[in-house]
Design a protein around this ligand. Structure first.
Ligand SMILES: NC(=O)c1ccc[n+]([C@@H]2O[C@H](COP(=O)([O-])OP(=O)(O)OC[C@H]3O[C@@H](n4cnc5c(N)ncnc54)[C@H](OP(=O)(O)O)[C@@H]3O)[C@@H](O)[C@H]2O)c1
Length: 358
């Protein structure tokens, strides 16, 4: 198969850099164009990454991939969409709205921003979890008169929660969820968290985060009916905090279920879910979508973040929870910049490609 030509918009940012890394040598996608703000436009990619002190600001681990170093970064209006099969968008939500609207008129857009997540004709997709909702993309492009569509991923804190809840909703009737997150610094982007604020500290508030998790989880776990998504009957209450961890979100979850569930049932549930996962075998899919630990000292960000190339969701500390009747409590780990954004977006592109939508 000829590789599809893609653009990365917001290529210099925290998530954009992960896109550059995730697409290095990709068997299906070839990076054709890069775009960012006026600040970076006209520079070679590697020079656009330099701060005022001349230092290269590269957060994706290792080095800047050689293939991307010399690509000239464009302004959005300099993108040649006629050459593109797909655009990945990783810009702040305010800027994303008009950028993604303009791009989707011409090409499919997969986005990590929240700009379009809450529109009625827009699914929030997690590959392997709600693939069937991709059917809404055709409704969206027809309704809006676009050649493409916008397919957003969820907020990176929603990702791990929705992934772990999916089998619990289907097999045990999960209905009410209480979650407390311990979110990594990198989730705030390059300028999101000041070093002085987070060192030796826990920040108990992340603006707008909790509402996003509550709304998005219901939509992702919902069902596509008659050209729209019917939200799942799942209510989430959450407290989102920021902790001094570089990459990877940890979440403490308590779930009320209709059917009784204990730790052995949970282990079997996630083992079964692993063997039936739809994205198995795609280039960016991990060998194991779920990792389940009985060792009470797992999950830990430093031990889990590289498992499955950052694409495995880890579950540990599973215990029966009888506070409200039947239920389970557990701790999850999900990599915010891998499965929770760029590499998850690449896996989504692979899933949509395999369905013939790109
Ligand atoms: N960080 C995470 O873990 C994470 C996870 C999931 C989703 N997200 C979402 O992903 C998006 C990107 O997040 P991030 O953390 O990568 O942000 P970031 O580090 O602040 O990077 C923002 C990127 O957008 C570009 N940009 C800003 N304004 C622009 C404009 N008007 N036109 C074109 N490009 C513009 C910037 O270019 P310059 O370098 O030229 O300024 C930069 O490349 C956000 O919507 C965020 O909420 C982030």
């Amino acid at each position: 198969m000829e590789r599809k030509r893609v653009a990365v918009v917001g290529a210099t940012g925290s998530v954009g850099q992960e896109f550059i890394q995730s697409l290095e040598g990709h068997p299906w996608f070839e990076v054709d164009q890069l775009a960012a703000s006026e600040r970076s436009a006209g520079k070679r990619y590697v020079d656009a990454l330099r701060g005022p002190d001349g230092m290269i600001k590269w957060d994706a681990g290792g080095q800047v991939p050689a293939y991307a170093e010399g690509i000239q970064v464009r302004r959005i209006d300099e993108l040649d969409t006629s050459r593109l099969d797909l655009a990945f968008s990783a810009v702040e939500s305010e800027a994303a709205r008009s950028i993604e609207t303009g791009l989707a008129a011409e090409v499919p857009v997969i986005s990590t921003s929240s700009a379009y997540r809450y529109e009625e004709d827009v699914p929030i997709l997690i590959p392997g979890i709600n693939d069937e909702q991709a059917g809404l993309l055709d409704v969206q492009s027809k309704r809006r008169g676009w050649k493409g569509w916008v397919a957003p991923l969820p907020n990176c804190t929603t990702t791990g929660l929705a992934i772990t809840l999916k089998p619990l909703v289907e097999k045990y009737g999960a209905r009410r969820v209480i979650m407390t997150s311990l979110q990594a610094i990198s989730g705030g982007g390059r300028s999101g968290v000041a070093a002085m604020g987070i060192t030796d500290n826990v920040l108990p508030y992340i603006a707008n985060e909790e509402r996003k998790v509550m709304v998005e989880t219901r939509k992702i776990l919902g069902s596509l009916e008659g050209g729209r998504i019917r939200d799942a009957d799942v209510r989430v209450s959450c407290t989102c905090t920021r902790v001094p961890v570089i990459d990877g979100h940890t979440e403490s979850v308590s779930v009320e279920t209709e059917k009784k569930i204990g730790p052995d049932d949970a282990r079997r549930l996630y083992e079964e879910a692993n063997s039936g996962i739809s994205v198995a075998g795609l280039p960016s899919a991990p060998e194991k979508y779920y990792a389940f630990h009985e060792d009470p000292t797992r999950p830990q960000p430093r031990m889990e973040r590289d498992v499955g190339g950052g694409m495995t969701t880890t579950i540990g500390r599973a215990e029966e929870m009888d506070l409200f009747g039947n239920g389970l409590k557990y701790v999850l780990f999900s990599h915010n910049k891998k499965m929770g954004s760029a590499k998850g977006a690449v896996l989504l592109a692979e899933m949509l490609c395999s369905k013939g939508k790109i």
